[in-house]
Write a protein that binds this ligand. Structure first.
Ligand code: FAD
Ligand code: UQ1
Length: 413
């Protein structure tokens, strides 16, 4: 059995940012990170790469170069959580005992939940998906080689990370087709399982305008349930009348998979809710039953939009509160649900959505953000990756709250 003051499960956006803060504060040999992957992905870049606006190779670095040097990296995955005994057991059978635990395992992609989809993605060039690095490049090739017909974009019937991405790729591709002079050959459709185009009203209004002005069909409550790639057919279900299914022929299909938390968390009824998400207090991010367990990022049940921007807003709260538990002090901070979604609507255009738990806009800049702007596109494409790799992964970025306060001169929030 191994012993570590702080154990962090998952070395993605959440796990790495908090680990870096601990190493900065406490020095070496206090933190163990359990993370199986060789590569650390900056996933927000997938959307741009799938539209040919960045290269996939710019989205990842070696895990060993990203995780903080002063932490111990165990390259293995957790197979079992035992919160009563303060231990986790890995796939290889090692047991780690902790004083405080951070669960940051993110969401898994469940492509195989949709019959025919894995076959379609693995064997057909006209099907893509920006959610997995495995399929990002073929997504761009699919739009480049498109000639004519129906192009369909989907949004699954499950919680997803970056709920804006399924439609961003639609707008980026539509814009690309215009530039290539092929727009008139395409009938572009976005089919979403959600009852709205976006959860925050001001941005939803702006996105409806974008979709209408660019002649994109949007169907709500419409869910991809099956793919027959040999016939280029996709089957959709009307979620309000589940008995209603219809088949559409496509020339190109972009599919977003259903998502869920990794099995060891999902199946642990002591830690997770019925949906498999880690139950945490939405302000303190402390587990609802185990005070020495915290959660961050996509795998928790806090009702914010699952984004790296939200992780930025959470990481300092989680770090300070884990420290408070170690020191026997009270929890003093509150996460407000901040999340952000840079809604890229084409090359050079982006609506920077920022909002809180109440789905009210919480904007960094003292100008209206519910419109397409070039500067926001530059932020998304150049500034965010820089912030992520150089500040956030090193423990020095807690989201834009400080910038917002400065720019609003203390007048707003
Ligand atoms: P992740 O960063 O996914 O990390 C989870 C880690 O846990 C992984 O490294 C995994 O290997 C590890 N793990 C899993 N199971 C285990 C286990 N059993 N044991 C140990 N380790 C385990 N966010 C934005 O803010 N803006 C955007 O524009 C944006 N666009 C996106 C576009 C796409 C296509 C995608 C896919 C995501 C996008 N996101 C965006 C979302 C953002 O990437 C995630 O919200 C963020 O990475 C969540 O961080 P996390 O730490 O919870 O999970
Ligand atoms: C952000 O902080 C962040 O984390 C690094 C992102 O992740 C990719 C974002 O997309 C955004 C928009 C923010 C918010 C930052 C600013 C400066 C508005």
């Amino acid at each position: 059995q191994h012993q570590s003051k702080i154990v962090i499960v998952g070395g993605g956006s959440g796990g790495c940012s908090v680990a870096a803060k601990f190493v900065n504060a406490l020095g070496k040999n206090n933190v163990t990170i359990i993370e199986p992957a060789n590569k650390h992905y900056y996933q927000p870049l997938f959307t741009l790469a799938g539209g040919g606006l960045k290269k996939l190779s710019q989205s990842h670095k070696d895990m060993s170069d990203v995780l903080p040097k002063g932490a111990q990296w165990v390259q293995d995955s957790v197979a079992e959580f035992d919160p009563k005994n303060n231990t986790v057991t890995t796939k290889l059978g090692d047991v780690f005992k902790y004083e405080v635990l951070l669960i940051a395992v993110g969401l898994q992609l469940r492509y195989d939940d949709i019959p025919g989809l894995v076959n379609a993605l693995d064997n057909y060039d006209n099907v893509g998906s920006i959610y997995s690095p495995k399929y990002v490049e073929q997504t761009y090739r699919a739009i480049q080689t498109f000639e004519k017909g129906n192009i369909i974009y989907t949004y699954p019937n499950s919680p997803v990370k970056c709920p804006g991405a399924p439609q961003k790729i639609c707008y980026i591709h539509e814009n690309f087709l215009r530039k290539m002079g092929k727009r008139n050959n395409a009938n572009v459709t976005y089919n979403t399982s959600l009852p709205v185009i976006f959860g925050v009203k001001v941005y939803a209004d702006a996105l409806w305008k974008v979709a209408k002005s660019r002649n994109i069909n949007v169907n709500l409550r419409t869910c991809l349930v099956e793919v027959h790639p040999e016939k280029n057919e996709a089957v959709f279900q009307n979620l309000d009348k589940p008995e209603q299914k219809f088949t559409v022929e496509y020339s190109m299909l972009h599919a977003v998979p259903p998502m869920g938390t990794p099995t060891p968390l999902k199946t642990n009824k002591d830690l997770a809710n019925d949906m498999g998400f880690l139950t945490v207090d939405k302000s303190t991010l402390q587990h609802t039953r185990y005070p020495n367990i915290f959660g961050i990022g996509d795998c928790t049940d806090s009702p914010n939009s699952k984004t790296a921007a939200a992780v930025a807003g959470q990481c300092n709260v989680v770090f300070k509160h884990m420290r408070a538990v170690l020191d026997g002090k009270p929890l003093s901070l509150a996460y407000d649900g901040y999340a952000s979604c840079p809604l890229v609507t084409g090359a050079g255009k982006c609506i920077l959505a920022e909002f809180d738990y109440n789905l009210q806009p919480l904007e960094t800049f003292p100008i209206r953000q519910d419109r397409e702007m070039y500067i926001m596109y530059l932020f998304k494409k150049e500034l965010m990756p820089f912030l992520y790799w150089n500040l956030m992964m090193r423990g020095y970025w807690n989201g834009p709250a400080i910038v917002r306060k400065l720019l609003h001169l203390g007048m707003k929030n």
